[in-house]
Design a protein around this ligand. Sequence first.
Ligand SMILES: [Fe+2]
Length: 186
Amino acid sequence: MPDGTDMVSVLVKDHEEMKQYFRELEGTTDPKARRDIADRLTAEVARHSVAEEMHLYPAARKILPNGDELIDEEIKEHSEAEELLKSWEGMDGDDPQFMPTYQKIRDGLLHHIDEEEEPKLFPEMQAALSREEQEDLGAKITRAKKLAPTRPHPSAPDSPPGDMIVGIPTGIVDRIRDKMSGRSTD
Ligand SMILES: [Fe+2]
């Protein structure tokens, strides 16, 4: 796993973490364990997507010659992934749709990872940015992700008190997005 603090290292590490969740999920048939891994994967993907939208994509739009086109496509894919994640949030680990929905989510994320790491986005950003700029963006992404919990579930032990608004069943994706973008103050 990459252990640098620059933008690409930080984002590639997130991608590796997602793949680790895929392995964990595929390695168990226990419904409770599946649901728990699904929640953590959902939280990780939401934090990653929002951090990319806040700090990677605006820079990419400026730097890359076809940046707008590329980033519009990435954002479209993020919102498709989020719709799937939202429909997955309400499913028990033994729901017949649980694994088929997971497979769609995994395929979409693998596509996202390939698209960023391989053909152009990350290598082009590295070529266009100074070492200092890459470190600065890495630090901003790391800070942004820390604003949101990693296990935002009512029963999760590391959910800070007040994380849930009692009686309002907002999903993981929405709560993380609101928190990181400053729309939520809890
Ligand atoms: Fe990414």
